[in-house]
Ligand binder design. Structure first.
Ligand code: HEM
Length: 392
């Protein structure tokens, strides 16, 4: 069996390929991508815990190429200690679990507004109406984007996100470039404004860090703001979409959650494990490494298949069963270790609130389409649209 994460049949359903890799080829060479793939939980976990052996590789920035709106500084994701340590410590301040908990009433309010437009029709698209706009609106407010610029901001950020799926159409690439540069100009002005007119937002927190100790440059703040947009939007959209899609195809599990609202946080963890919104993350090898499943050469590009590790039977009994009561605590859907997802508490909050609203504040719904095409991405997993019809 050939595994190529770019192949349409793998994008459609990667899980049979992962099962083969875990059993037959836990250290696998992907010829078309000139990279290795690790699929067993133990190997992925080892790589995440040992960033000195498996450093970050600059892969994300390279993938964007000329579509990267902030090419002059590497992104947090692509940095290694000590640069990563310094920047991460600063940006952590804007994402403390306490601050995220305080956002709950506002996330509830935004969700209520979005849901009411979804409910006002009998049919609506989940991605367009709720799971797409929710994370973008929340992060925009956290960054301090003014309400009247929200529409522009959303368009720019959607276009820049589009750049990460390597569009080939030149007209699309040009639009991505233009939106990237508009976003950049907007953020540059916002950063300047926050120096004299501080707010309660993440940009102000980063500007203060820069001024107090001269540790963050304007270019670094800009790159962080763009990364926060990219890292947090499509991923959270897919968390919500994957949850709804899997609940609809597992009616008994849907019934369990409907009968017990307190299961929603467990549902969120199970969907992160069972149908991970981020399927793989890139690393390289600092030197030759011997893993349980085989050997990797020095300087190799390695994909950690999070989506495969999360289905490993050795770690999760009956791993291919979607079980809303499982509440798995040590899945690797948010990574682990020094690059552990900065936005995990925020994604969990948004996921829980959106799913509670859909399941408990809306009439019962079904999907109106038989087949839902997956987003054509090697990295993220989710559907492009999810048309729902609500009971009258
Ligand atoms: C369900 C939603 C999400 C998933 C599945 C997810 C997944 C991940 C994963 C797997 C990593 C580790 C990458 C690596 O080790 O190479 C990561 C890192 C990161 N995530 Fe998330 N993420 C989500 C939501 C968010 C949100 C809402 C934000 C912010 C608003 C965010 C911001 C970040 C940042 C900044 C990093 C880089 C951290 C670092 O390099 O130190 N993510 N995320």
């Amino acid at each position: 069996m050939d595994y190529n994460p770019l192949a349409p049949e793998v994008i459609e359903n990667p899980y049979p390929y992962y099962a083969y890799l875990r059993e037959q080829a836990p250290v696998y060479w992907i010829e078309p991508l000139q990279a290795w793939a690790l699929s067993r939980y133990a190997d992925v976990d080892f790589a995440l815990r040992n960033p000195q052996i498996f450093p970050s590789s600059g892969f994300t920035t390279q993938t964007l190429g000329d579509l990267n709106p902030t090419p002059e500084v590497p992104w947090l994701l692509d940095l290694n200690p000590p640069d990563h340590t310094r920047l991460r410590k600063l940006v952590n301040k804007g994402f403390l679990p306490r601050l995220i908990r305080n956002l709950e009433p506002r996330v509830q309010e935004i969700t209520r507004q979005l849901i009411s437009s979804l409910r006002s029709q009998t049919e609506g698209d989940l991605v367009l109406t709720l799971s797409g706009p929710l994370p973008t609106t929340v992060i925009a407010e956290m960054l301090g984007v003014e309400a009247e610029r929200l529409t522009d901001f959303k368009r720019w950020s959607d276009d820049v996100v589009l750049g990460t799926s390597r569009p080939t159409d030149e007209a699309v690439r040009e639009r991505v470039r233009q939106s990237g540069s508009a976003l950049r100009v907007y953020f540059e002005r916002l950063i300047e404004r926050r120096r004299t007119d501080p707010g309660e937002d993440v940009i102000t927190a980063l500007v203060r860090a820069e001024e107090e100790r001269d540790v963050l440059s304007a270019a670094e703040i800009l790159a962080l703001a763009v990364l926060l947009l990219l890292a947090g939007n499509e991923t959270t959209t897919n968390l919500i979409g994957n949850a709804v899609r899997n609940l609809l195809s597992h009616p008994a599990e849907l019934a369990k959650v409907r009968a017990e609202r307190a299961l929603v946080p467990s549902l969120v963890e199970e969907i992160l494990r069972y149908d991970s919104p981020v399927q793989l993350i890139p690393r390289q090898t600092a030197h030759e490494v011997e893993l349980a499943g085989g050997k990797l050469p020095a300087g190799a590009t390695v994909f950690l298949l999070l989506g495969a590790a999360n289905r490993d039977e050795r770690k999760f009994p009956e791993a291919d069963r979607f079980d809303v009561t499982r509440n798995p605590q040590d899945h690797v859907a948010f990574g682990y270790g020094i690059h552990y997802c900065l936005g995990a508490p925020l994604a969990r909050l948004e996921g829980r609130i959106a799913l509670e609203a859909l399941l408990f504040d809306c009439p019962p719904f079904r999907c109106t389409k038989e087949h839902l095409p997956q987003i054509a991405s090697v990295i993220v997993r989710g559907v492009q649209t999810l048309p729902l019809r609500f009971a009258a």
